[in-house]
Design a protein around this ligand. Structure first.
Ligand SMILES: [Zn+2]
Length: 270
């Protein structure tokens, strides 16, 4: 049986409006035609128009307001929204085994060491203060806070690189990488080591020593790779059977439970 379906009309309409937005024909703040106008222009039903607008709103491309002066307007894009949309997409790919954690780590390896280099060259004093603020006493701090702080550290290094595209591309990697799994399986000694490695990176960035920052970031990633490899069997053992990401395939309810627990999208990023 073929599962191929015709593209629904609402999606075609959404594609058309999206193309107008991404090409710049419609600018942030511009008002879209009214629903009746869109129906008249395109010949589709009111419910199709509404569905298309809902889709665009869910993609953060438009905002819809109610009331006399209400309507649908082209949204002002933000890097955070884009990063979140990207994270959601990568998330889906992970859940369906189209990509795996090893792929994510590989991308980190490709991007992270040159990013540390740029951070050493371009950082401000404020970046340094914020990087230091992510260091925790990993033996006493709440472990969720340790995850969050680790992830935050890498985001600040990326910000310090001064390249906003890097920040957009890398945020999903930190949100999704496997540190949560590491943290659960490995315990606090490993986090203490990661913290020490973060300190080495900070010191190099403070000295504006690009070579040292790059080397320290590379060494940190190698440690993460080794730890991930060592901890993976333990993780599988802990999560056997009832989990969504095991060999049993993808089950939406199990996946949702995992997300709710912060197991997947959570605060990751060692
Ligand atoms: Zn780290």
């Amino acid at each position: 049986m073929s599962v191929e379906a015709r593209t629904p009309a609402y999606q075609l309409l959404a594609d058309e409006i999206r193309a107008q937005i991404t090409s710049g024909r419609l600018r942030p703040g511009d008002r879209l035609p009214t629903e009746p106008q869109l129906c008249a222009d395109t010949g589709v039903s009111r419910s199709t128009v509404r569905e298309a607008l809902r889709l665009l709103a869910s993609q953060n491309l438009i905002v819809t307001t109610r009331g006399v002066s209400g309507g649908s307007f082209v949204a002002h894009p933000t890097a955070t929204q884009l990063a979140e949309a990207l994270a959601t997409g990568v998330h889906l790919l992970l859940a369906n085994s189209v990509v795996d954690f090893a792929d994510l780590r590989e991308v980190r390896e490709l991007l992270e060491t040159p990013t540390a280099r740029l951070a050493a060259e371009r950082r401000t004093d404020e970046h340094l203060v914020r990087m230091r603020a992510t260091l925790r006493d990993v033996y006493t701090a709440d472990i969720d806070d340790v995850f969050r702080a680790h992830s935050e550290f890498h985001m600040i290094v990326t910000e310090a690189s001064g390249n906003s595209v890097l920040a957009v591309v890398m945020r999903p990697l930190y949100q999704l990488s496997n540190s949560r799994m590491l943290g659960e399986a490995a315990g606090r000694e490993l986090w203490a080591r990661f913290n020490a490695e973060h300190e080495t990176i900070i010191e190099a960035i403070e000295r504006r020593d690009a070579d040292a920052a790059e080397a320290a970031a590379g060494a940190h990633l190698s440690q993460i790779a080794v730890a991930t490899h060592l901890m993976a069997p333990k993780f599988r053992e802990q999560h056997q059977g009832e989990r969504a990401l095991d060999e049993g395939g993808f089950r939406p309810e199990a996946f949702a439970a995992l997300v709710a627990e912060g197991e997947i999208s959570g605060a990751g990023g060692a």
